[in-house]
Design a protein around this ligand. Structure first.
Ligand SMILES: C[S@@+](CC[C@H](N)C(=O)[O-])C[C@H]1O[C@@H](n2cnc3c(N)ncnc32)[C@H](O)[C@@H]1O
Length: 268
C-alpha cells in the first residue's frame, strides 16, 4: 500500500502517464521506461517542450508568490504534478507560513510521493481527484477541512486543462469551480498551444493518444474565454515567460519557443 492508502499496483507502468512525462521534461527521476520513451519521442519532434515545461513551472512559482503576496491564504492546486521543488506550498509558505494548500491529481504516482514531499509540512493535503468532475473535488472532505469558502481562495489549473477534451467541457469545469468561489478569489491557469509551432502538433498528439490522457492544444482565442467571470490581471493571457518576469526580460527568441499561455484572474 502507498501512504495514500491504495495499492501500489494502481500505478500502471505499461502506458505513458502525462505526469511522469512532464517529470521527465523537467529532468526529474519519478518516471518509468515507458514514460521516458514516449517523452523522448515528443522531444525529438518538439525540442521546445523542455524550455516550455520549465517556463510553465517558473510561471507557477511567480504566480503563486503573487497570490501569497496579495493576501491569499488558501489554494486549491488541481493537476498538481509529481512533486518538483519548490512546490506550490513551499513558494506560498515562504511568503506566509499559514497558507493552506489542497493538492489534487488523478495520477496515483503523484499520490505515492505526496506524503513525503507535499503534505509533510502541515497545512497541506493531497487527494486523488479528477478535474473533469469538479463537483466531487469541491465536495471532498479534505476541501471541507482545509478550505473556507467564506474567504478568498485561489484555484490553480496549471497545465492541466489541455488534458480535457472539448466534449468534456473545460469551460463548464471552470464555471463550476468559479461559482464556488467568493469575491476576491483568483484563478491561475496555463494551457498548451500549438500557435508557435505551426498550428498543430500531429506527431505529439500521436504520442499522447497512447498515454492515459490525450493532448488538446488550444488557440489563445479558445483559452481566454475559459476565464469568463474573472478579470484577467495585467499583462493578461500571455506566453508564460511574459507573465510578470522577475529576472531579466525574456528575449523574443526565448519567448518564441514557448507553447504555453498563462494568466492570473480575479473574481470580483
Ligand atoms: C503537465 S502536469 C502539470 C503539473 C503542475 N501543475 C505544473 O504545471 O507544473 C499535468 C498534471 O495534470 C494531471 N492531470 C491530467 N489530467 C487530469 C485530470 N483529469 N484530473 C486531475 N489531474 C489531471 C496529470 O496527472 C499531471 O500531474
Amino acid at each position: 500500500m502507498t501512504d495514500q492508502g491504495f495499492p501500489a499496483d494502481a500505478i500502471d507502468t505499461s502506458i505513458p502517464h502525462p505526469a511522469r512525462m512532464y517529470d521527465f521534461y523537467l529532468g526529474g527521476w519519478d518516471n518509468y521506461e515507458v514514460d521516458r520513451t514516449a517523452a523522448q519521442r515528443v522531444i525529438d519532434v518538439l525540442p521546445d517542450i523542455i524550455p516550455g515545461a520549465r517556463a510553465n513551472r517558473d510561471f507557477l512559482h511567480r504566480s503563486v508568490r503573487f497570490l501569497a503576496e496579495s493576501g491569499i491564504r488558501q489554494i486549491i492546486d488541481i493537476g498538481t504534478g509529481i512533486p518538483t521543488s519548490p512546490n506550490t506550498h513551499e513558494v506560498a509558505q515562504a511568503v506566509s507560513p499559514d497558507v493552506r494548500v489542497a493538492y489534487i491529481d488523478n495520477d496515483p504516482i503523484v499520490a505515492t510521493h505526496a506524503g513525503a514531499r507535499l503534505t509533510a509540512s502541515g497545512n497541506t493535503e493531497f487527494f486523488l481527484g479528477d478535474v473533469r468532475r469538479p463537483r466531487t473535488i469541491l465536495d471532498h472532505p479534505t476541501i471541507g477541512k482545509l478550505i473556507d469558502f467564506g474567504q478568498p481562495v485561489a484555484v490553480l489549473l496549471i497545465a492541466v486543462l489541455h488534458f480535457v477534451t472539448d466534449e468534456e467541457d473545460p469551460a463548464g469545469i471552470v464555471a463550476t469551480l468559479r461559482d464556488a468561489l467568493p469575491a476576491g478569489s483568483y484563478l491561475v491557469m496555463s494551457h498548451a498551444t500549438a500557435e508557435f509551432h505551426g498550428g498543430s502538433l500531429p506527431e505529439v498528439n500521436k504520442v499522447y493518444e497512447k498515454a492515459t490522457a490525450t493532448l488538446n492544444v488550444r488557440k489563445r482565442v479558445e483559452i481566454e474565454p475559459l476565464f469568463d467571470g474573472f478579470e484577467l490581471l495585467e499583462p493578461g493571457l500571455v506566453q508564460v515567460p511574459l507573465w510578470r518576469p522577475d529576472g531579466a526580460d525574456p528575449t523574443p527568441e526565448e519567448v518564441s519557443r514557448i507553447g504555453f499561455y498563462g494568466g492570473v484572474a480575479r473574481k470580483s
